[in-house]
Design a protein around this ligand. Sequence first.
Ligand code: PMV
Length: 333
Amino acid sequence: MQRGKRSASYETSPNIALVKYWGVRDPARALPYNSSLSVTLDRLRTRTRVEFSAELDRDTLTLNGRPAAPAATAAVSALLDRVRNAARTTDRARVVSRNNFPTASGLASSASGFAALAGAATAAAGLRFSPQRLSQLARFGSGSACRSIFGGFVEWRAGRRPDGRDCYARPLYPARHWPQLVDVVALVAGAPEKSVRSAVAMQATITTSPEYARRLRELPRRLAGIRRAIGRRDAEALFPLVMEECDSFRLVCETTRPSLDYLTAASREVLAAVRALNAEAGRPVAAYTHDAGAHVHVFTLEREARRVRERLRAIAGVERTLLLHAGAGGRRV
Ligand code: PMV
């Protein structure tokens, strides 16, 4: 890498998993137990600028205009070390990152954050990584980040090889594949900040939840069904599978010792409202899903979106709703 200052910026969006990544089989290579599938969202963006400089004596991270906590800066430094190794440099970096949505609240800021960091840091270091290689780098920051490099509907294949060469994310369908599919996000009041990082929480699930092995056995069938339903734009096939998957994720969390409970009473009311909407319609018109956070994503079709949104807004404790669609992946800015 050239001496002096080199900088680049990269922007991308969070993704919401329809099939959840939860459990690492090889921490050194960041290899997951199961394949996962997500939708990269529009409107929510993370923009990150990385500047390498020989004059800095340590990495710094500014997050939404404020100096970040030491743990967050250390996680960023660890990913930067991989970039420095590849670029054969020891220069430290100044990282400035901004989200246009709340951080660490179940809107997957770590996914877009580490994807944007990987994109900006490699470009600033003069490395020309393919999207696939960028995605393989991003997952060392946060597993789900490997999916946020790509737009639309994305699958992260767990692979089987011990060396991890067959473990990578790939775009399945672009965002324009299914423009009628909408994600009504119910932002709940008082969503707590995460007390345990997902990467730590999921390993506790593996060792303590009696439900985890069954989840892994069920997943290939569920993943295939979800992939097929998206391919056919078949909402009535997709929605029950998305809820089944979310329920399975929640069950392994709740049966972890100590138990992992990410929801608030309002989140649970959102789940109940979606079940009620489907029962009233006599067919699946919506599907809920949530990650390791309290906000709930409700998928429905454009023509039902108004009704779904009004129903969710009527719940005390739902502060706001956002109407999102599948969106673009990462790009240099
Ligand atoms: O990428 P991490 O380490 O923040 O873990 C993400 C875990 C879930 O969001 C719950 C599931 C997923 O696949 O995004």
